[in-house]
Ligand binder design. Structure first.
Ligand code: PLP
Length: 458
């Protein structure tokens, strides 16, 4: 039974009893009951049963408007008809799920990507965003013959050792703002990554320049989330300055557009800023709900992975050659999966027609939320571009980096997020909001009404 005096956590627990039972059982077979740590949150994750369009339905029978959308991947919402048809058509026409050889969908997708991302002169497919940034970094290091990399504090590029540094460091360990320390984010990582991975302060060109000049001999790649966390914009002079500086210092500039691709603009952050990186990593949206990644960029760099240059690890005659590693290795059983590319092409078809509606609706939601928080005298900024934004509880005029975000009222934000779930609004606590073609004015109205009830109850 729910009473008026219950706090948010108690209400939440009451409403998600079956999820709790499920999680208890799941914990006996999976560490923490989850198969990706990001899916865990306190007091317990919600276990979903079904989904449709903009909605999720949990095992307790609750309905939610989904703003998480699988961490932004589902830009057409759940179970989109065009995607479903494309998948079946691919399977029926091609007669298989997987060729294990080159096939036509790979070329078709490459042309479509290049029409939106002209900087991606040549490209390769991978199975995830993580693999895409991994390949981009290997290409950059091979090209420059420098094996260190630089990344920004608070930026995420996947879960492998090289980039799992200072993604979410505690401010006690993070060092000075002007020259942040490299903080390892996981047990089991080699301590050498505190040397090999140099951490830069986002939106601070002067200090980035100092660090990059000092370490230019070692740094082959600079990888950036061009909007931090998908929502904090790089200032235009900052990103232009980095473009110029990396060219001068012989560092490959990589845009990790796994979150921002298609979402901040159809052509990603590079379209928004009018800047061409040397390499780009894409993922999420372009899989239409399937796992995917794409790496593309300058011919000279991408061609390092062309196998005809030499033999690779799979060549039986390789062991007789003296220079075993003179080709850049890239492979994967499922790379360029036909069904996934069919889902991606269908996604692009829909987005070409409908993405502007998603951007407009997102703006409307941002404006209405900003107005609502103002009327309730709660300091809030809706920070973001295109179809992604985040709710940052702060008095600051602008949020420019990780440390400023950490100084916002995260405690209150978490409280609001949990309360919102009991009102049928879903995003993982503290996560950003993403919209889809399945969201409409009706969902915006419901969302604003739910927010109003939650803010009144605080
Ligand atoms: C910017 C960025 N890069 C890389 C990744 C890793 O992608 P995936 O989860 O597909 O491996 C993510 C995932 O959230 C991301 O947001």
């Amino acid at each position: 039974m729910i009473t008026d005096t219950m706090d948010g956590d108690q209400l939440y627990k009451n409403q998600t009893r079956h999820s709790q039972l499920f999680m208890e059982k799941a914990s006996t077979v999976m560490p923490g009951g989850v198969t990706a740590n990001i899916k865990y949150f306190q007091p317990n994750p919600i276990v979903m049963q079904k989904a449709n369009g903009a909605y999720l339905y949990d095992v307790d029978g609750n309905e939610y408007i989904d703003y998480l959308l699988s961490y932004g991947a589902l830009m057409l919402g759940h179970g989109n008809k065009t995607i479903k048809e494309a998948i079946f058509e691919q399977m029926n026409n091609d007669g298989t799920l997987l060729f294990g050889t080159p096939h036509r969908h790979e070329i078709e997708m490459a042309h479509r990507i290049q029409s939106l991302y002209p900087s991606m002169k040549k490209l390769r497919y991978t199975n995830s965003g993580t693999e895409a940034t991994l390949l981009a970094l290997r290409l950059a290091k091979a090209y420059t013959q420098k094996d260190g990399l630089a990344k920004f504090e608070g930026h995420y590029h996947g879960g492998y050792d090289e980039v799992l540094v200072s993604v979410n460091p505690s401010l006690n360990q993070a060092g000075p703002k002007e020259e942040p320390y490299s903080v390892l984010e996981s047990k089991g990582m080699a301590s050498s990554h505190t040397q090999k991975t140099v951490i830069l302060p986002f939106n601070d060109l002067e200090n980035c320049e100092k660090i990059l000049r000092k370490k230019q001999k070692d740094i082959g790649a600079l990888i950036i989330e061009p909007l931090q966390g998908g929502f904090i914009r790089a200032e235009q002079p900052f990103i232009e300055g980095l473009r110029k500086l990396t060219k001068e210092l012989g560092i490959v500039f990589i845009f990790d557009e796994v979150k921002t691709g298609f979402r901040v603009a159809l052509g990603g952050a590079q379209e928004l800023y009018g800047i061409e990186p040397d390499l780009t990593a894409l993922g999420k949206v372009i899989g239409g709900g399937f796992p995917v990644g794409i790496v593309g960029g300058l011919d000279d760099i991408m061609d390092l992975s062309a196998p005809r240059q030499s033999a690779d690890v799979f060549d039986p005659s390789q062991s007789q050659k003296s220079d075993a590693a003179d080709v850049l290795f890239h492979s994967g059983t499922y790379n360029g999966h036909p069904t996934i590319l069919a889902a991606g092409l269908a996604t692009m078809d829909v987005l070409t027609k409908e993405s502007s509606n998603v951007f407009e609706l997102t703006n409307e939601l941002k404006e209405q939320l900003t107005h609502l928080f103002k009327t309730k005298s709660i300091a809030m900024k809706a920070v973001g571009e295109g179809s992604i934004f985040n709710i940052v509880l702060t008095n600051k005029k602008k949020i420019l980096d990780y440390r400023e975000l950490q100084s916002s009222d995260l405690y209150m934000r978490r409280k609001i997020d949990l309360r919102l779930m009991t009102e049928g609004i879903y995003t993982k606590p503290l996560n950003r909001y993403s919209l889809s073609t399945a969201h409409t004015e009706k969902e915006v109205e419901k969302t604003i009404a739910a927010f109003e009830r939650v803010l009144d109850g605080l």
